[in-house]
Design a protein around this ligand. Sequence first.
Ligand code: PHE
Length: 453
Amino acid sequence: MSDQKRGMHGIWAGRWTFILAATGSAVGLGNLWKFPYITGENGGGAFVLVYLACILLAGIPVMLAEVLLGRKTRLSPINAMAKMTEETGAPKLFHGIGWMGAASGFFILSFYSVIAGWALLYVGKIASGAFVGINADGSGAAFGAMLADPVGLTIWHTVFMFLTGAVIARGVNKGLEAALKILMPVLFILMLILFGYSLTTPGFMQGFHFLFDFDFSKLSGESVVVALGHSFFTLSLGMGAIMAYGAYMPQEQSLGKTIMWVGLLDTLVALIAGMIIFAIVFSNGLEPSSGPGLMFVSLPIAFGSMPGGIFFGTVFFILVSIAAWSSAISIAEPAVAWAVEKGITRVKATAAICGFAWFLGLGTVLSFNEWAEYKLFGKTFFDTLDFLTANIMLPLGGLLIAIFVGWFVSSDAVKKEANIENETLFKVWRFILRFVSPAAVSIIFLHGLGVFN
Ligand code: PHE
C-alpha cells in the first residue's frame, strides 16, 4: 500500500480492529449510564421506540457517511472536511463540520471524564464491601455524599483524564487495540451475568414493560430531541470520532456490514443495560426518573445482595471505566490527529487537548456541589454542556454530514469508497441519507427549538 493510501497516522492492523475500535468508541457511558437515566426521565417505552428509529434512520446512515469520508481522505476530520469541501466544490460551510466537531469533542471530553471518575471511585467503594446489604436509602446517600465532595471528584476526574491521555499519546494501535480484544467480550459476558441476575428480581417484568410498552402520551417534544441527540451520542457521531477511526480502516473492508455490526452491538448493550437497571429500580422502589445517579444508586443495591456481589460489582465498575476509557480516547482523537497533521508531536498535542478539557471539566465537578444552584435556563453547567453537545451540536454535525455525502459527493465516488456489495442496500442507504435523515433531523430540530409551538 502506498503512503498516500495509508495516510500519516497508520492503519488498523487486523480485519476486526475497526469494528472493535468503533464499538469501543460507541459503547460507553452513553449506553450504561446515560441511556437508562434519560429513558427514565422521558417516560420509557415511547422514548425507546423513537430512539431506535433515530438509530436506524439517522444514526446508521450517518455513521456510514462519516467512515466513508475518513477512509477516503485518510485525514483528521478537520482536514478531511477541508479537502473534501474543496474537491467537491461544496459551500465553505461544510468545512466547518470538522471545527464544530473538535469543539464538541472538548466539551464532551470535559464532562465525560468527570462521570467516568465516578465509576473509578465506585470500583474502590464496592471492592471495600461498603455496599454489602445496602438498601435504596443507603445507596442514595452514598451517591449524594460522593457528589458533595468536589475534591474527591476532581481527583478521580484527573486520574481518568490521565489514563485517557496516556493511551492517546502512544498512538491508538498499541495499547488500545490489544486491550479491547479482551475487554469488550468480558464486558459483554458480565452484562449477561447481571442480566441473568436481574431476571430473578421481582421487578424485572415491570422494568421490561417500562422499557418496551409504548405510551405516546408520555412523550414530549423535548423527549424526541433527546432521543435523536442520544442516537448520535451513543454511536459517537456528528463530531468526527468515527470519521477519525474510519481514516485508519483498511481499504478493502466493506463498510455496510461493518457498520451494521457496530450499530447492533451498541444498541444491544444499551437495551440490556436498561433491562438490568430498571429491574433493580422497580424491585427496590427507586424512582426511574431520578436522573444521572440512576446507575450508581441502583446497581450497588443489586451487588450488595447477590452472592459474589463484591467480586461481580468490582469487575462491573472496572468494565464501566474501561468502556468509558475506550470512548474518551475516540473523543479526543480528532483534535489530536489534526494537531499531528500540523506538525505538533502526538505527546504535546495530547497534553494540550486533555489539559484543556480537564480544566473545563472542573465546571462539571462544581455543578454537582458548589455551583449546583447556578443555573442558566434551569440547567447547571453540566446540564448545559450535555444539552448543547448531545442535543444541538452532534445532530447538527450529523445533519451536515448527511447532506454533504448525500448531495455533494458524486454517487460514483461514494459507491467506490463504500464498497457495499449489495446494490439494493446501497440505493436504500443513499436514499435515506439524502432525504430521510436530513428531513428527520431538521424536523426534530425545529420542533425542539419551539418553531412548531
Ligand atoms: N459513544 C460514547 C458513549 O456512548 C460517547 C461518545 C460521544 C464517544 C461522542 C465519541 C464521540 O459513551
